[in-house]
Design a protein around this ligand. Structure first.
Ligand SMILES: Nc1ncnc2c1ncn2[C@@H]1O[C@H](COP(=O)(O)OP(=O)(O)OP(=O)(O)O)[C@@H](O)[C@H]1O
Ligand SMILES: [Mg+2]
Length: 204
């Protein structure tokens, strides 16, 4: 399976300059691909294009040759840097997860989630604890590609490794594609099969 971005050009309507120009990228479902690039170069914007959060771009994003569905579950899931921005503060953690899928007990263990956290509100968890839920929520079995945009940037090294180990195990078990955006080249060199630089993808 492949997620392909073809001839993607994009600029924010409030800005005069394009940030992505004639960009082509293929993400394979059996590889972990790293994406690096300068701050402000457009990595997060590309992630949002790949996962349909941004739709007003030129070019095409296709999953196995087909456009992504406009309705229903998106098989390309984006994990953001700040989970508190995307988790409904009015739901307890159990509801946050159940809205997406029934998470099996073994994944709670692998992600280091304690049973008692399920009864808490999002603001009663630390950033790292909350991010584990955000990641687990995105691992609905319908997910085919996962995009992690600085998913563990605000976490300590031990938590970072624990979360990546748990995600990569699921990714490999299910043959999912995984794009990892990070400024941490050491992390990427450990977990990725290939690493691409955004500047090398743009054709200005
Ligand atoms: N909603 C927006 N409206 C207008 N401009 C934006 C918007 N979001 C981002 N930008 C601008 O688009 C450019 C690319 O931003 P983007 O967030 O994609 O970069 P990035 O590579 O992810 O950077 P970082 O490594 O700092 O996260 C930046 O110049 C940024 O200021
Ligand atoms: Mg970014």
């Amino acid at each position: 399976m492949e997620l392909t971005a073809s001839n993607i050009s994009f600029k924010y309507s409030s800005q005069s300059d394009y940030i992505l120009k004639d960009l082509n990228l293929t993400i394979d479902n059996n590889k972990v691909l790293g994406l690096v690039g300068d701050s402000g170069s457009g990595k997060s914007s590309l992630c949002k294009i790949l996962s349909s959060f941004i739709l007003n771009y030129e070019g095409e994003v296709r999953l196995d040759g087909k456009p992504l569905p406009k309705k229903g579950y998106n098989p390309v899931q984006l994990i953001f840097q700040h989970p508190e921005k995307v988790i409904n503060p009015k739901w307890k953690m159990r509801e946050v997860l159940n809205e997406s899928w029934q998470v099996p007990q073994e994944l709670f263990d692998e992600f280091g989630i304690q049973e008692s956290w399920l009864n808490r509100w999002p603001n009663e968890l630390s950033g790292g604890e909350l991010q584990r839920f955000s990641v687990l929520r995105s691992l609905n079995p319908k997910t085919k590609f996962l995009i992690a945009d600085e998913m563990t940037t605000m976490l300590d090294a031990v938590t970072q490794v624990q979360i990546f180990d748990a995600v990569i195990k699921v990714v490999k078990d299910r043959n999912m594609g995984f794009l990892v955006v990070s400024h941490d080249k050491d992390l990427l060199s450990v977990i990725c099969d290939d690493i691409v630089h955004l500047n090398d993808l743009n054709n200005f």
